[in-house]
Design a binder for this molecule. Structure first.
Ligand SMILES: Cc1cc2nc3c(=O)[nH]c(=O)nc-3n(C[C@H](O)[C@H](O)[C@H](O)COP(=O)(O)OP(=O)(O)OC[C@H]3O[C@@H](n4cnc5c(N)ncnc54)[C@H](O)[C@@H]3O)c2cc1C
Length: 385
């Protein structure tokens, strides 16, 4: 296994750095000039969709180039794309969708004009997702399904134009069978979205109620009853993405800068040994995680699968994200208390509590930590079934 970058990889790294330097909007422009940024990425030859295969317009990066690309983008905190279309639905359509579905949906996903949300979880079906009960019944003439049920924790359903849903078309046999993957427009009169306000005080997740939603069979992806297979194959990639390693590298550097700006007597918080130790531990763990990712890339370069290390990355990556938010909270001290109102004291303190509270969810979504530990125990440590 070789985890050193080759000469070509180092050249590529230079190219990515130069591109960011030239094109990334700065300061307050960063979020308002998103479109310009994504246009530049697109013109560069599919850099806006780095993980898509060449035949769908992707840049054809090798696994190592993808790592370098993600690392450089993460370190500069470049604007992210919403994950549901580009990262989740698109690969399912590419692998299992019809040509018509690919032609119809992929362009809107790529240019961001159509927002998607993910309707998997339900009350009573989260970690044990195969328990889902949202029912889709095929009409007698076989032209459409009628869908009834409830989805929950649906991120950004309130701004989504479409939802991709796992539904139950049969209750016979093992519960993983009889699950069907359907696409529905959110403006259907049978779809109602109700907000859930989370601990951090923000509105990003929702309940979605489905009442007699009529879905044409053309909106079914793949075969009836095979939805579980389609959804499951992509979980490994979703987990790797959720680890957010490169972004944590950036966030930790930022937390250190913040701590340097906080005075403690004649020193700064960064000079306080207890705080410094925490930063040091986090840096070491983050570096270890980067090496885990590199090992997984080395195996992918040799044709292997990402495999169960995606669970290690999800588990550790999200814990690290939470611990960085704890450092920010500690740096803000009492000034973190009036969150959600006007800043008092340090300017950075305003987002510290909401960041900390909002970040609790990272070890739940995309498969809770306990579930990842189960996967690691069985598939990495071979601790039996
Ligand atoms: C902010 C946020 C955004 C989300 N966005 C979406 C979305 O867009 N679309 C979507 O479909 N879903 C979404 N989810 C749902 C998410 O995937 C589920 O919350 C997650 O899978 C856990 O399911 P659950 O909430 O039903 O908890 P449960 O599965 O009921 O788990 C409760 C607790 O029991 C533990 N547990 C469960 N099973 C085991 C086991 N076998 N062994 C040991 N411990 C276990 C869990 O780790 C957890 O601590 C989101 C969740 C959050 C919090």
């Amino acid at each position: 296994m070789d985890i050193e970058f080759s000469k070509e990889d180092l050249e590529f790294q230079k190219e990515v750095r130069a591109f960011i330097e030239k094109n990334l909007p700065t300061g307050t422009e960063l979020w308002t000039k998103r479109t310009r940024w994504f246009d530049a990425l697109r013109k560069k030859g599919g850099w806006d969709i780095p993980k898509w295969p060449v035949e769908f317009g992707g840049p054809g990066f090798t696994p190592t180039q993808r790592y370098i690309f993600d690392m450089e983008m993460g370190r500069c905190n470049t604007p992210p794309q919403l994950p549901f279309g580009v990262g989740m639905l698109a690969p399912i359509l590419m692998n299992y969708g019809s040509k018509e579905q690919q032609d119809r949906f992929l362009p809107g996903i790529r240019d961001g004009s159509v927002n998607w949300c993910q309707g998997y979880s339900e009350p009573g079906a989260g970690s044990d997702l195969a328990n889902l009960r949202t029912k889709a019944e095929l009409s007698e003439d076989g032209t459409h399904y009628v869908v009834n049920g409830q989805k929950t924790w649906t991120t950004l359903a309130h701004i989504a134009h479409w939802i991709f849903c796992l539904t139950r078309t049969s209750g016979d046999g093992p519960k993983q069978e009889g699950i069907t993957f359907l696409l529905m427009p959110m403006d259907d009169p049978g779809i109602e979205v109700k907000p859930i306000i989370t601990l951090g005080g923000s509105h990003s997740v929702n309940d979605v109620y489905l009442t007699d939603v009529k879905v044409p069979v053309e909106n079914r992806v793949g075969e009836e009853g095979k939805g579980w297979t389609y959804a499951k194959g992509l979980l490994i990639h979703e987990r790797t993405g959720l680890a957010g390693i490169q972004n944590s590298v950036w966030a930790l550097e930022k937390a250190k800068d913040t701590a340097r700006s906080v005075k403690v007597g004649k020193r700064t918080l960064m000079d306080v040994p207890m705080f410094r130790n925490k930063v040091g531990e986090l840096e070491a763990e983050l570096m270890a995680l980067e090496f885990t990712e590199l090992r997984s890339l080395a195996s992918a370069s040799e044709g292997g699968d990402p495999g169960p290390e995606s669970s290690i990355m999800k588990l550790k990556g999200t814990e690290i994200q939470q611990r960085i938010s704890e450092l920010n909270l500690e740096a803000a001290g009492i000034y973190a208390a009036p969150w959600g109102t006007q800043a008092v004291g340090h300017k950075f303190a305003r987002g510290a509590t909401s960041g900390y509270l909002g970040g609790r969810a990272t070890t739940i979504y995309g498969g809770a930590s306990e579930v990842q530990k189960d996967v690691i125990a069985k598939n990495v440590l071979d601790l039996g079934s």
